[in-house]
Ligand binder design. Sequence first.
Ligand code: ZN
Length: 766
Amino acid sequence: MRRTDPEREILVKKRQSHTGKYVTVIILGLIALSITFIALYAQQISRGDNTDEVDKSIKICITPSCVSAAEHLNKAMNRNINPCDDFYEFACGGWNRTEPMPDDKATWSVFDILDRELLRNLKTILITDEVVIPGGLEATATEKMQAYFKSCINEEAIETAGIRDLEGHLKAAYNSGLEAWPFFLSPPLTLDISKVVRTAFEFGNNLDLFSYYITGGPLTPKINVINFDTARFTLDRFSLLNESRQASREAYVQYGVDVAMHLAADQNRTDVTLEGVTALFQRILAFEMELANATLPPEDTRDATEFQNEMSLSSFAGNYTRSLGLTGEKWAEIFANAWPDAASNLTANTIVNVRETKYFAKLNSYFTGATPDRMNVLSNFLAWKVLEPLVVRLGSKYRSAYQKFAAVVSGTTMESPRLETCVLVLNNQFPNAIGSLYVRNFFRKEAKAELENMVRYLILSFREIVKSSYWMGEKTRQTALEKAEKIVANLAYTSYMMDNVTAVNDEHRTFLAGNSFLLNYLNGRKFAAQVQGRRYANANQPTDWVTRNFIETGPAVINAFYSNTRNSITFPAGILQAPFMGSGYPYYWNFAAIGTVIGHEITHLFDDQGAQADGEGRLINWWDPQSKKAFEERAKTIIDQYSGYNLLGVQLKGANSQGENIADNGGLKESYGAYRMYRKQHLNDTEEPRLPGFETLNSDQMFYLSYAQVWCGDYRKQEVELQVNRPHSPGRFRIIGPLQNSPQFSHAYRCPQGSYMNPIKKAAVW
Ligand SMILES: [Zn+2]
């Protein structure tokens, strides 16, 4: 159950390195498979299924690329299913058989498999026997990463250190008595809240009272603004509030109790009792539930104009954080301390945006005139929130406490392999240093230019769709076309990461790695917070890399992004590989896979949220009232469609995922249009050679099959419950939804009208 066969992965992904005999063996195997498939298809045809008969004159592609592409598709499929009955089952029905979910994962998809491979690749660079702890500023970024990595994988040293470094950190950095947590009613301890917040922010910790992110201003998108947002809780909002997640809440209390009891044991404290800490964590949970209750559900937060409440830091403090003793001056000081490069920009008059004012009003009133008892719960809560992100960075008994909690929340039954966890930690904190190693060692360089070309076709194709969108008024349509033309695409990596190692070293000059993993981790968080400050101090540029509104991304990421305030789309190097795009892969494949991802990100700039910004990233309504009404009606068709889907007994929430669903539907339509455009211009509009084992499927049919394989995957039930409260639909409906809406798909597979995959009612925005 645990691991998939590594050899099979190599067969699919490292095509370039195989030559000669090995390839011959594969091809012979594939020819054998082919014969089986042809037999299967002959059978289907006789049953009246909608597949082409095998034409002897058809060209078959047997290059190593085609063979590995075919193998990849084949192992995911279930060919006994009629594609018109359920295309997900047809394309992905074999997935669970060939890709069992590892015990440490809550989802298992193409993305997760590539993530794992990326971590394994990077590990080979980070692990080295020669690494000595670099003592000075002159060490290279790579040496620092290697030293940090070494401290992370040294589990023996982590066990030996126990809580020594944690205590040292709490005393030295916070100097607030936090090391004496858990605190009890007598003697009462009331923390200096502003001091705790100041140090926590310095180490990139929001304390789960509030969160913040940086984004361009609504009317001045080039100028960065701090946005205060609601807390992001340890246990997600849904689990805090929903009846069905009682077990998760109990597990959360147990997690806190376990950590507190371990700490007490490690400190030889005798005053800490199980009953005492259990009661304390019940109070902490009740407080978090109360906070969560004051936040809006995600589906009610989609209209950006409702969440523009700009004010100075001193107004923010006066309105919302007075009862916590946080004044405007203190807030300016808190940010200046965390962001040295932005210190001179921050005063009590600095303008910030407060998204959900009701939440902050609730927070303020909760502590206005609060009893000592309530303030004591707050002190305990804050100390817990300082510690909680560090729990999984400690020794095994602490990590087990977390794992027990995670098992209930997401269903995973074991920790991820240490080596993979360590690469992930480094990549999150140092996306540019790790990204630079990634692109210099593992990236197929030609992919960047190939992608650039495809982006051009996708934008052209999107513009064609806009041109024929007669539900839009003429002027609105023109503005949409202009906005599409202004899209900035960030591809693969920023050039210095590939060819200027000195610049990468300079960028990481202030980070010093030592022997202690915990201290390296804390310094890494501090460094990442300072990078945020650097971003804040500079202009918000479309060419900057950004994951939507939140944190920057590096190149070593299997994902893609867009930014409304920058009118930009970003495709990190990590996703520019098979099965998203492959060298020598058929064109239909690359358009269907990475092409749809490109189309998805383009469409985001025109989804229910993206359409609120103009081509400069300003929050300006450029929609005439009729067009806007038509847009909303069309979006409603998507909302209704997805609200009707159900996975493992969990109903999807179409309103919540509408932006992603609009993007999925637009992306598929655009990429198909782009493919046909490309084929016309470069391939004489003819069929491409077929894949071995897929001789009966023409290029259009293969386009949709290649699209679907990107979204094959598996979820644990606990994860589905969480997923429907997040923006993305589960993989199954990222296939079913857009294909049910696509007349071109139904035409390609000749799905009868009224069949599951070709419903009469079709939904679309674009
Ligand atoms: Zn998206």
